[in-house]
Design a protein around this ligand. Structure first.
Ligand SMILES: Nc1ncnc2c1ncn2[C@@H]1O[C@H](COP(=O)(O)OP(=O)(O)O)[C@@H](O)[C@H]1O
Ligand SMILES: O=C(CO)[C@@H](O)[C@H](O)COP(=O)(O)O
Length: 581
């Protein structure tokens, strides 16, 4: 398994909420090894619960010293592994939980290049290097006031989304830094630099402070995506002295325009763990952004994650922001964006209906209803939100209706119902309406040339979230759809989603439990080869050619046009139904 001396290894990290993971791939993109440090288990002296400290006021934070220990521990374990020759590692990259921030003291950045391999990272950096011992975590929801201020400062949620790609969110770094500047002014004054978790880890590995990475910086509510610069109006929410804040943020973020290392691996790791002294460190990014780098996703491809929540990630060249989803600059494809739509009611809502059909929690009766060709739901539409929903942004609610086209206009008329004929209808309708909601929300993010010329939807107007659209907007179909997460194992659910989304170039299922760390490996490899002049292929083409299609994905075939068109009829009905929520 050890690569020969002419071979190469690439490392991809994932510093997530509950663990630090490191994956090793070889030059053929084959996974060689995966090492995990679980925070609660391996570093139990920090007494974290699922990697964090939870406080009653909604504050959620992580101990920075724990992350330093985890970095030493992961290398220590890998250096003892007889199948991995760490001297062959050419490059590293990776991802981290998004939005979290690390606060460096005046002395901090200066300590990084002086690390002594005979001592640990923690001994040398903690606590002197930091002005704060803990980093806010993305689950924090203590910044309500700050979020309100952010939205007011630029004219509301829609305007903030227009400028930064997202409306204000508790977890976003700008409101988090604002809270610290306001409630802990002495800490803020003592802070010389602020890192995102991603640039913190890159700084430790490179042995020097490295600026933020632009794609991850879009998760701060501070970065003006159009101007590709921090927005002074938004910075002023945190600090009137915007120049001082820009300096704390480490100057302009690193862009994806041309892959270049943020540094060479710190001699600390070379000496201590036998790594290659020429190993290049490439920018680290947020975990969702790295996930899209784990697949050969090209513009207009979508990744549908059917986990506890449903999350859609897609690559787009369309900057069409909305307060209901997020847009980030793409980490590796210039002039492209990653759209991210997070639904709250995914698997758990489906499970409730499954359990009404089966006391033993068996999916079979649910699946039989979803795939049934005799169960007539043609004129039914419904929403099932046992929890408050993000998309659309509504409180917990259930709505069922039958619908018909009005005889004298293009309008659709609904008749609200308390229940359908039986629960089997709910099973079919929940999967269809969840998928249809995804279809209408991704459409504005797909390129104009994704429109299917063979269909005519007319120009009646429909309303979703903050926008009115002509129905013709929904002629667009994604290129390819990739399904991941727990429910992607279920053929009935995945096939229905595939029909509704109507990808034109195929549907695929993946088994990628480590997708963000894998994305880091691929980014490290491509960046290294590109930087050394060994490839000039753009990231998406490079990965498309190298990707291990036979082993890493299962093709689910093409969507039948008629199956996709069947759902055209329900778009107006869904729009009308959502108006009643
Ligand atoms: N065979 C199945 N059919 C339908 N749903 C399933 C199946 N297996 C798992 N799931 C769903 O997957 C969900 C968990 O997804 P998973 O990706 O493992 O979790 P997470 O997003 O929390 O990492 C469960 O809540 C369950 O509803
Ligand atoms: O906040 C977000 C995305 O906006 C989360 O997706 C976190 O980035 C998740 O981190 P982990 O649970 O993977 O650590």
């Amino acid at each position: 398994m050890t690569a020969d001396k002419t071979g190469a290894f690439y490392l991809g990290f994932d510093l997530s909420t509950q663990q630090l993971k490191c994956l090793v791939i070889d030059q053929n993109l084959a996974l060689i090894h995966s090492e995990t440090i679980g925070f609660d288990k391996d570093l139990s002296h920090y007494k974290t619960t699922k990697g964090v400290y939870l406080h009653e006021d909604g504050t959620v934070e992580c101990p920075v010293a724990m992350w330093l220990e985890a970095v030493d521990l992961v290398f220590e374990r890998m250096s003892k592994h007889k199948h991995i020759d760490l001297s062959l590692v050419r490059a590293m990259s990776g991802s981290c939980q998004q939005h979290g921030s690390v606060y460096w003291a005046e002395a901090g950045p200066g300590l990084l290049p002086k690390l002594d391999a005979k001592q640990s990272l923690k001994q040398q950096l903690y606590p002197e290097a930091f002005s704060r011992n803990v980093a806010p975590n993305w689950q924090d929801h203590s910044t309500g006031e700050e979020c309100q201020k952010f939205e007011e400062s630029c004219g509301g949620a829609a305007q903030l989304a227009q400028t930064t790609g997202s409306r204000a969110h508790h977890r976003f770094t700008g409101p988090q830094i604002m809270k610290i500047a306001k409630k802990e002014p002495e800490v803020y004054r003592a802070t010389s630099k602020v890192s995102l978790v991603s640039s913190f880890l890159a700084s430790i590995l490179a042995g020097e402070f490295t600026p933020l990475e632009e794609a991850d910086a879009c998760g701060m509510n501070l970065y003006n995506i159009d101007k590709r610069d921090y927005d002074d109006k938004l910075l002023r929410n945190v600090d009137d002295d915007t120049e001082a804040l820009r300096s704390k943020l480490g100057g302009p973020p690193i862009t994806s325009d041309k892959p270049a290392p943020v540094g060479i691996l710190s001699p600390y790791f070379v000496e201590k763990y036998g790594l290659n002294p020429e190993c290049q460190i490439f920018p680290f990014t947020g975990d969702n952004l790295a996930t899209i780098c784990s697949l050969p996703l090209q513009p207009n491809d979508v990744l549908v994650s059917l986990g506890t929540s449903t999350t859609i990630l897609l690559v787009t060249d369309q900057y069409h922001p909305s307060p209901n989803y997020h847009l980030f600059i793409h980490p590796t494809i210039p002039r492209h964006y990653m759209g991210m739509i997070c639904y709250c009611n995914g698997a758990l809502a489906r499970e409730r209906i499954r359990d009404q059909l089966s006391e033993t929690h068996d999916w079979e009766p649910f699946n039989a209803a979803v795939t049934s060709t005799t169960l007539d739901t043609d004129n039914e539409i419904a929403c099932y939100f046992p929890l408050g929903e993000i998309v659309p942004n509504v409180p917990s609610s259930y709505r069922r209706a039958t619908f018909a086209k009005s005889p004298d206009s293009q309008k659709v008329e609904l008749e609200l119902k308390d229940a359908f004929a039986d629960v089997a209808h709910d099973a079919k309708n929940i999967v269809e309406s969840q998928a249809l909601s995804c279809r209408v929300r991704i459409s504005p993010l797909l390129s104009e040339d994704c429109a299917d010329p063979s269909v005519n939807l007319g120009d009646s107007m429909v309303h979703f979230d903050y926008d009115d659209f002509p129905l013709s907007e929904y002629k667009k179909r994604p290129r390819r759809a990739f399904f991941v997460g727990g429910a992607s194992k279920n053929n009935a659910i995945v096939e229905r989603f595939a029909q509704v989304l109507g990808a034109t170039n195929g549907n695929f299922r993946l088994e990628t439990p480590n997708s963000c760390a894998l994305g880091g490996c691929y980014r490290a490899m491509w960046s290294h080869l590109h930087y050394e002049g060994l490839t000039n292929a753009p990231f998406d083409n490079f990965l498309n050619e190298q990707f291990r299609w036979e082993t890493d994905v299962q093709s689910l075939g093409l969507t039948n046009d008629k199956d996709w068109q069947y759902f055209n009829n329900k778009i107006q009905a869904l729009s009308e139904l959502e108006k009643t929520l």
